[in-house]
Structure formats: C-alpha cells, structure tokens
Write a new protein. Sequence first.
Length: 706
Amino acid sequence: MPAPRRRWQAILIIALFLVAVAAAAFTGWWYARESPPHQGPIVLISADNLAADQLASYGGAGLETPAIDALVSDSVVFDRAYAHSPLTLPSHASILSGQLPFEHGVRDDAGFAMKDDARTLAELLRNRGFNTGAAVSTILLRGESGVAQGFSFFDADIPEHLDGEAAATARDSAQTIEAAEQWMRTQDDQRFLLFVQVDDAAADEVIGRVVQELKDRDLYDDATIVLVGDHGAEQGSPSLADTLLHVPLIVKQPDREGAGRRVVSPVQHIDLLPTILDLVRAPIPSGIRGRSLRSILDDEDATIPDQPIYAESLSAYFRLGGHPVYGVTSGARRLIRGEREEIFDLQTGGVSLPLDTEDAIRLRAALDRLLAGRRIEKPSPIAPADEAAYAALGYLPDLRLVSAAPVAIEPAVQAKLIEMHRSAALLVAQKSFAPAIELLRSIARAHPELAVVHYQIGSLLLRTARYAEAADAFAEAARLQPDNADIPVALAMLWLRARDYEQAMSHAEAAVALANAHQPDARATAHTIAARVALARLDADAATRHAAAAHEADATLQLPQFVRGRLLYEDARYEEAAQALQEALAASRGSGRPLEDLHASLGDAFARLDRYSEAEMEYREELRAFPRSIRTYSSLAMLYRASNRDRDVEQVIEDLMDATPTPEGYSIAARLWTIVGERSRAEAVRADARARFRGDPSLALLELEP
C-alpha cells in the first residue's frame, strides 16, 4: 500500500477512535448530568404482614395511613411488586441479599440463617462509604439470622418475656422506631443507609417519624426512601396466593423525582438490591438475578424486560412432611407446583386455567430451570432457650426429613392441618402440653402417615415424662422413616432420662449406625448421645471414644474436653475437672452452639471447691441456654441452701415449676422442699400437682400420690 494512503488510513482510524471516545465521554457526562448518583441518605423500611391491598394507595381500605399517603404523593409506586416467600425471614433475606431463598439458604423462619457468602446491601453500601444502621422488631431477624451482615449498628433488643409470662417474639415497634431515630441523629452527614423493620400496624408511624426527622435535618429532599411489605398477612400459610405475595413498593427519590408515577410492570424483592446500588452508582455483583429498576424510576416511558418471578412456601414440608409448594409468575399468569400443578389468571382474581396452554408450558419450563439441581437443606434444631418463643410463632421440635417422599395431601386439607398444627404450637407456648398433645394426635389419627407429627407428639410426651407413650410415638415415626437417625437419638434421650441405660445405649448405637450409613451429617449428634449415655453408665472408654467421634464429625463440638472433665469429677478430682471443663467452655465460645450440661458441670466442680459465687454464675448460664434443665435448678437450690439463702431457694423452686409445669417438675420441687426441711410446702406442691394434672399418667409414674 502506498505510504500516503497508509498515512491517511491511520489518520482516519485515529480520528474515528477519538470521535468514539468523545461520544462515549459526552454520553456519560450527559447521563451523569441528567441522572446523578443518589448521595443519601437511603432509608429502607420493611412492614411485616403488610399486603398491598391494605393500603388506600393500592385501592384498599384496611388501614388509616396519612403518612404513607403523603409519601406516595412524592414517590414512584409499583403496582405489582411480589415477595418470594410468605414468611418473614426468607423475605428479608431476599430483600437484603438480592438472592432467591434457595440461593441465600433461608427456607423457613426457624432453623435457617443466611449463608456466609451472601453479600448484603449493607455490606455493599458500606464498601462505598455509607454508614449502615438497622433496627428490627421481631426475634426472627436477630443477628443470628444473618441479616445483620454489613450493619455497623444493628438494634434487635427483643425482651425475653412479655408481661412476665409469655415468651416474647417481638418488641413494641415504638422501641424500634426510637432506636432508629437515635442512630439517625448520630450521623454527621447524609451518606448513610438506615433499615427499619416494623409490623404493619406501625408502618404509618415509622414513615411519619422518619420523614419528620429527615425534614428537621434538611435531608428529606436529598433522601431516597423505600417502603416495602415483606409478605401478606397470613403468616405461615402453605399457599402462594396473591394476597400473600403481592406487597406494596413505594420509592421516593431525591427532589421527588418521578412523583405520582405508577409502574404496572411486575417487579420483585430481589430487584431492590441492584436498584439501590445502581442509584448510588455502585457496582452490582455478578450473578444477581434481580434487575435494576433505575431506568423506569428515571423515565416514565422506559420498560424492563419481563422476568419470571419465583416464590416458594415450605411450611407444609417442614411442619407435616407434605409437599413443598413452588410458584413462578409472569405477566398475569402464575404457575403453582405442589401436590399437583395449577396455573392461575391474576387479572381475574385467580381463575384456574388449562395446563396445556403456551403460558403454562413456558412457566413450567421456567420453574424447571430455577429448581434444577436444587435441594432442600435440613433446618438446624431450635435452641432450647428459643423454644418457647418459636412455639408462639407456630414451630415445634422438628424431625429432619430424610429422603422421604412428601406425603400427598390436598391443598385445602393441607392448609387446615397447618392451622391445627399452629394451634398446637401456641398451646405449647402457653405450657398447655396435654391439649397440645391431643390436638397433634387428632392430626395423626386423620393422617397416620405423617412421621413428623408422630415425632413431635413423642417430643412433647417426653417433655412431660410420659415415657412409655413417648416411646410408642417415636416407634411409629421410626416405622415411617426407618433410616432416620433422629428417631433413635430421641429414643436414647428418652431412656436416658428414664434411667434405663441399657435401652438408651441400644438406641444410641442404632443412631450411630444409621448416621454412618444414611446420614453422615447426623454423626455428631448420634455420637454425642452415645457419649452421654456412656457417661451415665460410667463407661469411660465408650464415653471417650464417642466424644472423639463426635468431635471428628463436628470440630466445633468440644465434647472430648467435656467428657474428660466429667470423668475427672466422678473421680473426685475437682480441680482438674474444673480446668478441663473451663477449657471446653473456652473452646466452644463463638460456635453459637452451647453444649448442654457444660456450665452445670463446671458449676458442680466449683461448688465442690467451695467457689460458690462462680458456681452460681455457671448454673445461671446453664439455665439461660437450657431453661428446662431440672437438674440445674436442683443444684442451684442446694447451693443457696448451703449458703443459707432461703429466699433464693424459694425463688429457684418457683422458677423450676414455672419452667417445667409438668408432674415431673412439680415432683422435683416437692422433693427439694422436703430436702430443705419444708415438708408442709412440699405437700402443698403435691396437692397442687394432683389438682392441676388430674388424670395425667405421669402422676403415678413420678409418685406424686402420698
């Protein structure tokens, strides 16, 4: 090619490159000028149980909401926003992580926490220089749930009890709002994220107070405020009805940009994280399924591509062993897959449609893609300290399902059974164990194939020391799920409490065999109960062997040091025992899983060494983690008796009867009164027990009769 031609060609290429760079720069400048990043503050408010049809701005008439109505006039309103779950914790995990439940790992309100690799909105904004604070009202969103990730301030100070009796599941929303306001007042500039969660009744109040605080500080015009519902009002329902998933979403932008606009395109919870990141011009992590809604916030003529919106309800699966329910929404159609498949037209109020239409085929394929390769992880056991609170929320001790086919139950029947199950749990929260057991038995009689229910009946019978009946219930669960190691673990615990150590060890060994063969993740639990039974039998070799196996299966479980300390205690080597137990305690801190009887055993060793104040502290720690530990109440009462603290003895015995209002608990209380020389009070407790538990089979078992 001639040199002049090559020179002109090079000049042309360079010129075109410079024009492209200039055009890109001009476009970027123009876009930035037209839509600058939101500098903050950013306020995200979640209203629990707030369905869209409760608000006047969505055509409802359920609530008087002047503050929300005023915010709506300054905001963009999304007419069709959807949750991914009808439950509180999974919904908030999706809002804050931008992930679907099977991605962030939270499939239910109890027994789950967000995966460590889930990156929250708070983490991502803190990396961009935002201060991050949060205040929540429900026990479900405590720090242990994982939703606190990334918040430098996270207030979830839920009281242990309400009115001195019932276990608290939430606090007054006014306390949450006050905590949020106080933190907001500590912020020196406007670059902060505030997340507030309250119940639906307090949604208007929190909007009014937050808006007023922002206006008082001249921050309202610059603020981005997002109000969203987490799900509809029927908490725990097994269905995916529109009343459960259709939630309000209201976005107020700086300078009221887009005020009064209504967006009819379907959007979802997982769209919130990429949207807020996009508004502040922060990078959006790869792999996020949600879409940024910034384009339709900025431009009323903009559109977003349709995306199938996923939802799930696993209530029936976890509570009854029924079918999990999955759904996917696109346009005006929702496909639901549970015991069978159905497709509904949302525009006509949920009219059922044929399953052979193009829409049904398309949605079925979309749901298949979403669920491909997904499995449902087992929930972790509810901590003993939280059992009463979660019972008040509808949860009972679960049987972790193992490769069992879901039980086919008609959706309408399933919904009724879920409601009955919740009623039984509420009775347990009220410590009305006998009626709760009978209600669960009525479910089992109607549906004897429900292994989970038989297991829960056995657990409640065990709690009330009705050992023979509990063994029968567990045996029925074992017949239905013969490969499940949880059941022989429960039977081993039952016979350990009944002091039949031969049967206890037989079931413990069966649990170990099943765990090794079918449930490797249950090995630690199986070896732990085997070690405890061996300790009760004073079989040092077996206890040491099983403790080592438990630690090998779960390195956070400090069972070897615990077993060593207990064996030293039995040999009357109290100083060495205390040292070994303290080592176990130090090693177990931070695991989040308290080891039953560890604090109590250390308290016993301290008591033997006349270190009474330290012993008292350890007994109190044991009761905080395991509030139904009868043996710890007894040890504490004896400690107070030895110190001549008669009023404290009385209080401990009263606490024992309150924590374990069963014939067994009253029997131990009567014996304690007898030991301290108060025979008349012992007889009064026995008389009270005979009247209160009239007809209870465990009265005779526990020898409460004179």
